[in-house]
Design a protein around this ligand. Structure first.
Ligand code: LMR
Length: 400
């Protein structure tokens, strides 16, 4: 009965790692998936995470009971505080519900399913381009997906005018997916002034903001600064959704820790919204896993651990910024044709190089460098040792 089933395609991002793993070359380099690597090219478990895990393991009072459907209460409260700020009116007025979900993807999916069931507009606008999983998550959640202009290939920057025109002509009430910071894949974010214009336009048309916050702390190195766009929308009293991930900023990728917050008009509405989120979650996976959320809660609630975390986070962000500079300098030194200043201007984990899919295929074939076919490279996968190899490959790809 299954014999007719055709083989499905590999995921455009995670499939890059599958191809990389099959390559026997000693010089191979995986710049596909956005996962932090050290200067030695190794995955990093933060010291502060090890410390928190140690504390948890030694606490004999801890048990493995099911969490509530909405997850660990401490984790939820602390996650809201992290993204909205400790003195946020939405927290003070208790008009928010936060539920623990399976990292960013799970939070987006639960939010999408909730909106498809209970919100009057079923259309979500996502930026063009965006993270490859966004259209799939929201389509399967039951929403209808459209795009708004975002990136301008000519300037390798933001197409602000196109963005404003497209949001301006979206139907009233439509859901708008916004990357809170460090837009994936382009590394291009609106300026604070542009965010303010976006906010005004969206509120004037009752467009519903749905933030994807996967990189808080990674863009600027400051948790507060990277949360500004979300806080700007939260401050005006309107509703919004935000999906948070701890994959990158705490390096908890495989622990699948994230949160969905929905800001409502008042506490009563927030309570009812939460009751409906439980009805979305229970048949999907019953309740979330306990370990990763306990690590996050332990770090966020302890002043010393929190400070240690911010230092380690800043070190990761700084290493990525230094990779940008080194790659830019290496291309400059080789006289590689083209303006590569976008490598240092773009922010977050990724550089959207402007290389086309043929050039990417060439670099993979000849240089064993793996990246997504849209020309995105994960700067977090680079090191001082591998920058020359990448620069040689880019130079060869654009001059051949
Ligand atoms: C990425 O874009 O590489 C990351 O967000 C990892 C993923 O799940 O795709």
């Amino acid at each position: 009965v299954f014999a007719h089933i055709a083989r499905g395609p590999e995921d455009p991002i995670l499939g890059v790692t599958v191809a990389y793993n099959k390559d026997p070359s000693p010089v191979k380099l995986n710049l596909g998936v956005g996962a932090y690597r050290t200067e030695e090219g190794k995955p990093l478990v933060l010291n502060v995470v090890r410390k928190a895990e140690h504390m948890l393991v030694n606490d004999r009072s801890r048990v493995k009971e099911y969490l509530p459907i909405v997850g660990l209460a401490d984790f939820n409260k602390l996650s809201a505080k992290l993204i909205f700020g400790a003195d946020s009116p939405v927290i003070r007025e208790n008009r928010i519900t936060t539920v623990q979900c399976l990292s960013g993807t799970g939070s987006l999916r639960v939010g999408g399913e909730f909106l498809a069931k209970h919100y009057h507009q079923r259309t979500i606008y996502i930026p063009l381009p965006t993270w490859g999983n966004h259209p799939k998550v929201f389509t399967l959640a039951g929403l209808s997906v459209k795009t708004y202009r975002y990136y301008d290939p000519a300037t390798r920057g933001l197409n602000f005018q196109g963005l404003m025109e497209d949001l301006g002509s979206a139907p009233s009430g439509a859901i708008i997916l916004l990357h809170a910071c460090a837009h994936n894949p382009t590394g291009v974010d609106p300026t604070p002034q542009q965010w303010e214009q976006i906010r005004r336009l969206m509120r004037s048309k009752a467009l519903m903001p749905f933030f994807d916050s996967a990189y808080q702390g990674f863009a600027s190195g400051s948790l507060d600064e990277d949360a500004q766009p979300v806080r700007m929308f939260a401050a005006d009293g309107g509703e919004l959704l935000v999906a948070q991930s701890y994959a990158k900023n705490m390096g908890l990728y495989g622990e699948r820790v994230g949160a969905l917050s929905i800001v409502c008009k008042d506490a009563d509405v927030a309570g009812r919204v939460e009751s409906q989120l439980k009805l979305v979650i229970r048949p999907m996976y019953s309740n979330p896993p306990i370990h990763g959320a306990s690590i996050v809660a332990a770090i966020l609630k302890d002043g010393n651990l929190y400070n240690e975390w911010t230092i380690e986070l800043k070190a990761m962000a700084d290493r990525i910024i230094s990779m940008r500079k080194q790659l830019f300098d290496a291309l400059h030194a080789r006289g590689t044709p083209g303006d590569w200043s976008h490598i240092i201007k773009q922010i977050g984990m990724f550089t959207f190089t402007g290389l086309n899919s043929e050039q990417v295929a060439f670099m993979t074939r000849e240089y064993h460098i793996y990246m997504t076919s849209d020309g995105r490279i994960s700067m977090a996968g680079l090191s001082s040792k591998t920058v020359p190899h990448l620069a040689d490959a880019i130079h060869a790809a654009v001059t051949r």
